[in-house]
Design a protein around this ligand. Structure first.
Ligand SMILES: [Zn+2]
Ligand SMILES: [Zn+2]
Ligand SMILES: [Zn+2]
Length: 198
């Protein structure tokens, strides 16, 4: 029976895992395209010059498309390969034997789901959050952020609708709402921000 190779990635458009097999013969003979069967909006391209394979992979972790090259040997034979997303440094695509790719894809689906909930889209208002963060950067740049305990060391924690500044010395916290125009206006007229120390 002809040897099959399997390809797996997460569709960045609809979030579904995509997995498909192609025979080694077909892969060596012509360019191959693996579309997301659920939405049809993402496609992985695989082409070869006989020596090497060029892959173009829609990345379900960061949403971009990554390209990679590997030898024909690595792609067509053996245990298979995983391609890493340069943005998240995690594997976003698997090529190899059916069982292995299926197992890896199950883990990848969970990881992609987690990645998505941590994406900036989770903000109440992306534009306001962006403006609040850049305003915060300006205030920080002129040394305007301090704590009543005297410390100027702080951590920033971005939430869905607010940004928390936490003093690294005493743990005091200042919450800056970041969901509405008023939140932004309030922050813009402040020259300094003071964290209430403990
Ligand atoms: Zn899709
Ligand atoms: Zn990526
Ligand atoms: Zn403090």
């Amino acid at each position: 029976m002809e040897e099959m190779r399997y390809f797996g990635y997460i569709c960045p458009q609809c979030g579904k895992p995509v997995m498909a097999g192609r025979s080694a013969f077909v892969l060596s003979a012509a360019a191959v395209r693996i579309e997301c069967p659920a939405c049809g909006k993402a496609e992985m391209d695989i082409e070869t010059d006989g020596q090497r394979f060029r892959l173009s992979v829609p990345c379900g972790l960061c949403g971009k498309t990554h390209t990679a090259e590997c030898t024909a040997d690595a792609l067509l034979r053996g245990r298979g390969i995983g391609l890493a997303c340069p943005e998240t440094k995690q594997i976003c695509c698997y090529v190899g034997e059916e069982d292995q790719v299926r197992r890896s894809m199950e883990e990848l689906a969970i990881r992609a789901e987690k990645e998505k909930t941590e994406q900036p889209e989770a903000f109440t208002d992306n534009v306001i959050m962006y403006e609040v963060l850049s305003e915060l950067k300006d205030i920080a740049a002129r040394g305007g952020i301090s704590c009543t305990c005297g410390s100027r060391e702080y951590g920033i924690h971005v939430r869905r609708d607010a940004v928390d500044l936490t003093c690294r010395r005493c743990g005091g916290r200042l919450r800056l709402p970041a969901a509405t125009d008023e939140d932004l206006d309030r922050l813009c007229c402040q020259m300094t921000l003071t964290i209430k120390g403990r």
